[in-house]
Structures are given as C-alpha cells and as structure tokens.
Design a protein around this ligand. Structure first.
Ligand SMILES: Cc1cc2nc3c(=O)[nH]c(=O)nc-3n(C[C@H](O)[C@H](O)[C@H](O)COP(=O)(O)OP(=O)(O)OC[C@H]3O[C@@H](n4cnc5c(N)ncnc54)[C@H](O)[C@@H]3O)c2cc1C
Length: 427
C-alpha cells in the first residue's frame, strides 16, 4: 500500500503489484469460496451460534469448526494460508499488506477461519519467532492446514491486566514439568486440541522473570475445562483447571523462565488480530439500512459516514501495525491506539445497527439475513472487546506513558521476588 501524490492529492490506493495481487486473490476466491448469503455461508461464525438452544448450539459449533478446518485446508492447498509466514514455515512468504488485502477480499465471501484464528494469527508467529526446528516441524504445517484448534491459557482469576502476577506453577520432574493451577476466560478451550500456557517456574525472582511458556496438548490427563456463560447466552470461554498436568520439557517454547518475552510476541499479534476483525462489517451495515428503508434518513446517513471514517482509520492503523510485525518488530503504542479504536468502533457500529432496526433490534433472530451478522448478538458481545486482549484502561496507560510522556503507572513490585509479593503482609 503506497501513498501516491497526484496533482496535490494524496491517494491511499493499491500500487500496481498490490492491485494484481488483489485481482489474483479475488479470482481464486470466486472459484473456491461460497458467496455471502449462500445457504452454505458460514461467515457469521462462532458468535452467530449463540441464539440456539444448548444442544443445537453444541452440534452447530462442531459443524462450524469442521467447516473452518476444511476452509483452512483449502487455503493451504491454494497457497493462501499463512500469507506472511516464511516459505520455510510452509507459508506464502508475502507481505503484511498482502495479508490485509486477502483478508479484505475474503471478507466478501461466505467463509471463515475464526476458530483457528488463535492458532494462525497468534501461536504460529510466536512459534516461528521462538520455536526450535523440531517445534516448527511438529506444529506449523498442521496449524496452516487447520488440523489443530489452539487456545490461550494466560489469564487467571488473580492475573489479567497484571498477567505477570500469574500463580499457576510448573515444577520440573526429569524430562517433564508438572503443572498445577487455574486459568480463566480461555476462549474455545472446550474445542481446542492444543493450548499455549504460561506458568511460574521460579518464584524467587521478580514476577516477569520466573515465567515459562508451554505448548500443551489439551487432551493431557489433569486438564478440566468448565465452560462459562456470557450475557449473550453463549459459552465462548471457560475456566480451565490444571491438576498434576505433565508436559514434556521439549514443549517449552523459548527458554525456561524466559516466557514473558515470548508472551509479548503473542500479545502483540493478538492486538493485531482483534484489530483485523473490526473492519469488515460496513457493506452489511449499508445492506441493513437499505433493507429497513433508512438509507435516506439523515441521522442514519451520518452514522454510516462516521462508521466508514472509523473503519478507514482502523485500516490505516492495521497497515502500520502489520508492517512493524512484518519487519520482525513488536508494534509500539500504535497497537494500543488501534485496540482502543476497535473497541469503540464495534460498540458504536452495533448501536447504529440496532437503531436502524428499531423495535426489531430487540429480537434475537436465530437465522441471519442475507449474509448480515446478527446485530443483536454483535451488540451484546461488543462490550467484551473493551476487555479482551488488554482492557481500554490498560491501553490508555500505555498511550499515556509512551506517547504522551505522562508519569508511569505505579509499579511497586518490580524489584521484589514473586514469593515475597505473595507472602508479605501489610504491617
Ligand atoms: C471475550 C474475551 C475473551 C478472552 N479470551 C481469553 C483467552 O482466550 N485467553 C486468556 O488468557 N484470556 C482471555 N481473556 C481475558 C482477558 O485477557 C482479561 O479479561 C483482561 O486481560 C483483563 O483482565 P481481568 O479480567 O482479570 O480484569 P482486571 O485485570 O482485574 O481488571 C479489572 C478492571 O481494572 C482495570 N485495571 C486493571 N489494572 C489497571 C491499571 N493498572 N490501571 C488502570 N485500570 C486498571 C481494568 O481496566 C478493568 O476495568 C478474554 C477476555 C474476554 C473479555
């Protein structure tokens, strides 16, 4: 994506190579993907399944996961999986801009890879950056082919924003580590084949320095997944209890006690993933306004124009953040700006959709209309984006410190060992 200056105007269009890539992607998608609104359209995905009764939802969730896996395999066969992954890792060796172009084009079709997004967008890049040759061979190609669903076992009841305060322990026992503790808010834990897990391996150093990053088979004895219920009625995430879970030492990613740096790679990619999910709703919003005969309503038109502007700003944030990742850098506070903007955009877009629908927006439709998302569920789910992947307040702290140069958040525990933190009592 280049900024082209033409007769005093700056254009942010595709350059010729990008336009050729877009045309190739679109032609391949037209030949291989179902269109939006087709009876086999499954692009509404994961979140669209909320409105069904539990048994029907469970059945449809499995079917949806199967379709995502099949589509991911089709992408791999066509050479479109892992666009930014290096060729040696089984990817396409393309640029972040190409990945965004493909995502923009794919969003026009009735397909999805949402249950695999933790795998391909967060775990894969982390294994590529920090994994051994053996880990690359074992995990990357199956991941690109959609063979494994992954989940992220980071947050705990006492460690979310303060993730480095996590208390799950891993103790070495010969060639294995034995893990005990509890995780929470683990998305898709009940479907996952593998998990990325942070656990404490040394309590006698400051909290960031005693954490190890593990790759854990979710079928290992001692892992118990208990789904949690959300206000939308769905159970997208779960509590996960780990009791004497044995993980082979070869499944440590990076160095023992070096897990915090590895986790930073995952979290940077998570923010980019959340940002990427936000852009694709505008054509559906326009469709909705026309369907309800509201496209001439000046207030609705203003809302649509606002949504368009927000989505374009997010697109440019996305280019910037992905370019940093493509260069092997961790994006800076611009990822926090993007994350904040995404949370607002999704909330305001869902509010606009319900305003367009009027009283009909109160109803929980069980089937989507012609490829539109179920706006009611989008509305109920939007607040969670303010929290997932680092809350709004935490992003504001980062922006305050690193962009505005404000005094840093108070961190009294930086030089104290984790053991002291958990045993000290106030006098
Ligand atoms: C939809 C969804 C999916 C998720 N999926 C996963 C997943 O798959 N895996 C996983 O590991 N986790 C997942 N999470 C958990 C998520 O990462 C945490 O919820 C998040 O990091 C916040 O942590 P917390 O819930 O413990 O809240 P806390 O950290 O307890 O925060 C509570 C409140 O205090 C504020 N706060 C905290 N610290 C500060 C500070 N220093 N300055 C100002 N305000 C502060 C927060 O902004 C928040 O408003 C998910 C969450 C959601 C909502």
């Amino acid at each position: 994506m280049t900024a082209q200056i033409d007769a005093g105007r700056m254009e942010f269009g595709d350059n010729p190579a990008e336009a050729a890539f877009r045309a190739e992607a679109r032609a391949w998608l037209e030949a291989n993907a179902v269109p939006k609104g087709h009876p086999d359209d499954f692009s509404n995905g994961f979140f669209a399944l909320d409105s069904f009764p539990p048994e029907e939802r469970a059945k449809r969730t499995l079917e949806h996961a199967e379709r995502c896996r099949n589509w991911q395999a089709t992408l791999a066969d066509g050479g479109w999986a892992g666009i930014t992954w290096p060729l040696r890792a089984g990817g396409r060796g393309g640029t972040p801009i190409e990945a965004m172009i493909f995502a923009e084009e794919q969003a026009q079709f009735g397909v999805s890879t949402d249950v695999l997004s933790v795998a391909v967008t967060m775990v894969g890049p982390t294994i590529i950056s920090h994994g051994t040759d053996d880990q690359h061979k074992r995990f990357l190609v199956p991941m690109l082919r959609g063979e494994h669903i992954w989940c992220q076992l980071f947050s705990e009841p006492g460690a979310g924003s303060d993730l480095a305060g996590l208390g799950t322990r891993a103790e070495r026992d010969g060639d294995e580590f034995v893990v005990n503790g509890q995780k929470v808010w683990t998305s898709a834990a009940d479907q996952a084949d593998w998990g990325i897990l942070l656990a404490r391996t040394d309590a006698d150093v400051p909290k960031h320095r005693g954490i190890t990053y593990f790759l854990v088979d979710m079928r290992t004895p001692g892992i118990e997944v208990r789904p949690l219920r959300q206000m939308s009625g769905a159970s997208h995430f779960a509590e996960v209890f780990l009791t004497d879970v044995r993980i082979p030492a070869e499944n440590v990613l990076g160095e023992v006690n070096g897990g915090w740096g590895v986790a930073m790679t995952t979290l940077a990619n998570e923010r980019v993933m959340i940002g990427g999910n936000a852009m694709m709703k505008l054509p559906a919003l326009l469709h909705l306004a026309r369907r309800f005969g509201r496209e001439d309503d000046p207030v609705v038109r203003q809302g649509l124009a606002d949504a368009h502007i927000r989505a374009d700003i997010l697109r440019f944030f996305g280019y910037r953040v992905r370019t940093a990742l493509g260069r092997g850098e961790l994006p800076g506070p611009e990822a926090s700006c993007m994350k904040l903007a995404v949370a607002r955009h999704l909330k305001r877009t869902a509010e606009l959709a319900l305003a367009i629908e009027g009283p009909a927006g109160m109803l929980a439709h069980s089937e989507p209309t012609e490829g539109e998302p179920r706006w009611h569920w989008q509305f109920l789910q939007a607040p969670s984006i303010r929290i997932a992947g680092g809350s709004d307040e935490v992003q504001r702290n980062i922006i305050g410190e690193r962009v505005l140069g404000l005094p840093s958040d108070i961190r009294v525990d930086k030089a104290v060992t984790f053991r002291e933190l958990t045993t000290r009592r106030p006098h």
